[in-house]
Design a binder for this molecule. Structure first.
Ligand code: ATP
Length: 376
């Protein structure tokens, strides 16, 4: 996608749904397009599919400009949130229909492809059933099977798992990844679910308000966000943000002060208004007041998740309700009203330009420990 823009008329004005987006997808890549509701994800996908015209810019498929190529000639298969199966046709007929319409393949070849795709999707025993006789998960498999039989150059998927319950969704997530790796088909996958983005994508493209924020691997987006929007969008619970002002080598906020080391100061440069970001899991909660960057806080709310506790904390000088979040081990005790010491280690912080939101300092990915290989 090269400078791709989509403008919709809106009364007397217009809506720029997709604003000058550049994305280069690699062959065989699984790219997840993610962002909040209305950010332009579906419109982007629909332009790639040819279901929506492009206002300006260019979309190329394998080097060929496809702006004016009809959807059926783009060698693309699309899977929607609504499975859009034909209710009066059997599963086999549903899967064969697209091929019968768009190719001149002989019947026995179509039948073979349908059988192969049904095997791959684990629905071979359902081929004679009607969609109304299938569960939601099975219907979704049929919709995917129908895309697979086409053997396309590209899969486009728009929230294909969002109608499934949580357990089935996570199962299908794994299955889709396996399938995509096995078929090695370039896939663009739209979701608003950042868990799907993190776990499924080779890379993630994050959109906000029609504008591309970052295209990078999931871990890069998480640890090296390009800006405050990405930092806040990726990760659950979200990163904590504090507005600070630089005074010499210290950041001064309304509730606490945060001295910076020289190398961090070098990253900050001349920026005066800085937003300090720290992820909930990087905040240490305890009673040890001896370290640097430690502060007193009060526990306001504890949400036990089993494996961990989500703790809502308040700086002592802050009014009730002005909280930040830390996640601590599930076996670590914390009770409402407890006075605790929180530590915000400098190697974990992110700093953003307070005006533009651009990242000026991120934690470094290459500082993370590798899981060591087992002894031989
Ligand atoms: P969601 O996650 O809610 O589906 P999205 O990121 O897929 O959202 P789009 O459906 O691409 O968002 O919409 C992007 C913007 O374009 C929105 O402001 C939407 O209202 C607007 N829009 C989409 N389709 C049209 C249309 N046909 N006419 C006018 N405006 C439209």
């Amino acid at each position: 996608l090269d400078g791709v823009t989509k403008v919709f008329p809106d009364g007397d004005g217009e809506i720029v749904a997709v604003d000058d987006v550049d994305i280069e997808m690699r062959d065989g890549e699984f790219l997840v397009v993610v962002g909040p509701s209305g950010c332009g994800k579906s419109t982007t996908l629909r332009m790639v599919a040819g279901l929506e015209t492009i206002s300006s810019g260019e979309i190329r498929l394998a080097g060929q400009r496809v702006n004016d190529v009809k959807p059926q000639h783009r060698d693309i298969a699309m899977v929607f949130q609504s499975y859009a199966l034909y209710p009066h046709m059997t599963v086999a007929e549903n899967m064969a229909f697209g091929l019968e319409e768009s190719t001149t393949l002989p019947d026995d070849e179509i039948e073979e492809r349908v059988h192969d795709a049904a095997e791959t999707m684990g629905i071979a025993e359902l081929l004679d059933r009607k969609p109304s006789e299938l569960s939601g998960g099975q219907q979704q498999r049929v919709a995917l099977g129908r895309a697979i039989v086409r053997d396309p150059e590209v899969f486009l998927m728009d929230e294909p798992l969002s109608n499934l319950d949580a357990k089935l969704r996570s199962q299908m997530r794994t299955e889709l990844q396996r399938l995509q790796a096995e078929l090695d088909v370039t896939t663009m996958y739209v979701t608003h679910d950042q868990t799907e983005a993190m776990t499924m994508g080779d890379r993630i493209a994050i959109l906000n308000d029609g504008k591309l924020q970052q295209v990078a691997t999931p871990l890069e987006c998480y640890h090296e966000p390009a800006n405050q929007f990405v930092a806040g969008f990726i990760g659950d619970p979200s990163m904590n943000f504090f507005d600070m002002e630089r005074d010499g080598d210290t950041l001064v906020g309304s509730r606490f002060e945060y001295p910076l080391s020289q190398s961090t100061l070098d990253d900050v440069g001349e920026t005066r208004n800085v937003t300090l970001g720290v992820r909930p899991e990087d905040i240490e909660v305890g009673t040890d007041e001896s370290g640097s960057h430690t502060y007193s806080a009060v526990v306001e709310v504890v949400e036990p998740m089993g494996d961990e506790n989500t703790v809502y904390l308040r700086f002592e000088s802050a009014p009730e309700g002005e909280t930040f979040i830390a996640t601590i081990d599930g076996l670590q005790q914390a009770a409402v009203g407890d006075r605790v010491t929180v530590s915000i280690p400098e190697e974990t912080i992110h700093l953003f330009d307070g005006r533009s939101g651009e990242a000026v300092h991120n934690r470094r990915l290459d500082m993370n420990d590798e899981i060591s290989s087992p002894p031989t």
